[in-house]
Design a protein around this ligand. Structure first.
Ligand code: SAH
Length: 398
């Protein structure tokens, strides 16, 4: 049993924590030095040593822990985890019952009441992400909860923290019957090849499922489409299945080519009729301009931050320039799908980036549709920053 640590909240942050802000940040705490072992239970207390909330100590890129409850008497034990995870599973019933979808998020961190923990479902497999050593300390409870609540072939995990142990993480397998990868999952009737045993990324970003569906149903038909930062080509698959004339996928990672061919092939799409190009996107823009290539639709989904040999890209700084580059190779009345997962700015600023880019190009636009995180990626209403995804479907007007 962990000893409970009292963390004194600095005066100016007390109101925020009384208003149920869930992330414990080091800046807000007067005595962070008392913290020793990750996974310890902490009480946030005010100026008068009165209880505000209870959480756990776990260092991740944001914060040093998460609030779990505002009830002083509530224990952070097996029943606590079971209740939270059961509630989350109940809220995903429509996903479990959807015959066309078997890949979705089951538990989304603080959005489901436990920051630092996510659980995804992939066709009979569960994948747990542990975002700190602190939440990892509760592994036994979480696994027992899954054993009691759901059926599965196997559980896999990703430790998103630097583990100090010097053992090799073989292949992220936790328990059950090891899978044979790729596992082919279904999302709104589209197939995706997924690897749970091959590094941090599994082949598909589930948070984009509504965007992929919209692209397939509403935007792709008959279009010549450029998909930049294409990774395994998930957007290209949606576009091709939606009736695109042709897709061009561009990513500088060498393995993106074979991965994209694989995603096409599990959907019965002939990859020979599509272009898959291993190249820096910014070089591709120059290449396309030189060769007078134009696209009816350009998809932009860069990482928040990327360093290549030639340059660094930061979404917060360079997004307007990225939109400008893509506008110069977009047909009249063409569509730009601009996406970012950068949590450091909100939708308003992102729309500002679009406005800046079009103004500088002396072009007009309308926003046809916008997306934030989908329903299974639940957001804590006291932590709107958790809603990091921003996607704009923009049409060039003339
Ligand atoms: N849009 C993808 C996810 C993108 S992940 C999807 O929907 O699945 C980010 C990708 O950007 C990675 O595959 C990485 O290799 C690629 N990347 C990063 N910098 C790049 C650059 N300058 N040019 C091309 N690709 C880049």
């Amino acid at each position: 049993m962990n000893a409970v640590m009292d963390l004194k909240v600095k005066t100016k942050y007390i109101a925020q924590y009384k208003n149920k802000y869930p992330l414990i940040s080091k800046d807000a705490i007067l005595n962070p030095d008392v913290l020793e072992r990750e996974g310890s239970i902490v009480h946030l207390i005010d100026d008068n040593n009165q209880f505000i909330s209870k959480g756990y100590y776990g260092k991740q890129n944001k914060g040093i822990g998460w609030v779990l409850t505002h009830k002083k008497g509530e224990r952070i034990d097996f029943p606590f985890f079971k209740t939270k995870i059961a509630e989350a599973i109940n809220k995903r019933q429509a996903f479990y019952e959807d015959e066309n979808t078997n890949a979705f998020r089951v538990f989304n961190g603080e959005g489901d009441g436990i920051g630092g923990l996510t659980i995804d479902y992939f066709a009979g497999f569960y994948l747990i992400h542990w975002y700190s050593e602190g939440i990892y300390a509760f592994k036994d409870q979480v696994l027992r909860v899954l054993d009691e609540l759901v059926e599965y072939q196997a559980i896999y995990e990703k430790k998103r923290f630097n583990s100090k142990g010097n053992y090799m993480d073989d292949d992220d397998f936790v328990k059950g019957m090891p899978g044979e990868f790729p596992v082919i999952v279904k999302e709104n009737g589209m197939n995706y090849a997924v690897y749970l045993n091959d590094g941090a990324m599994v082949g598909i970003f589930l948070d984009q499922h509504d965007v992929r569906e919209a692209i397939r149903v509403k935007y792709a038909d008959g279009k010549n489409v450029l998909n930049t930062f294409s990774y395994t080509g998930a957007f290209s698959v949606a576009t091709a299945l939606g009736g695109a004339k042709k897709t061009t996928s561009v990513d500088l990672a060498k393995r993106s080519k074979s991965k994209t061919i694989e995603q096409f092939s599990v959907n019965g799409i002939d990859d020979e009729k599509q272009d898959i190009i291993v190249m820096d996107v910014f070089d591709y823009f120059k290449y396309a301009s030189r060769h007078n290539l134009k696209f009816d639709m350009v998809i932009l989904d860069p990482p928040s931050f990327a360093r290549s040999k030639k340059r660094t890209f930061s979404a917060a700084k360079d997004y307007p320039a990225l939109i400008k580059d893509s506008l110069s190779i977009t047909e009249k009345k063409g569509i730009i799908i601009a996406s970012t997962n950068n949590a450091s700015f909100g939708m308003k600023k992102f729309k500002g980036f679009v406005a800046d880019a079009f103004r500088e190009m002396d072009m007009k636009y309308t926003i046809l549709e916008e997306f934030s995180l989908p329903e299974d990626f639940r957001v804590d209403r006291y932590f709107p920053q958790g809603d990091y995804l921003k996607v704009l479907v923009v049409r060039k007007v003339d």
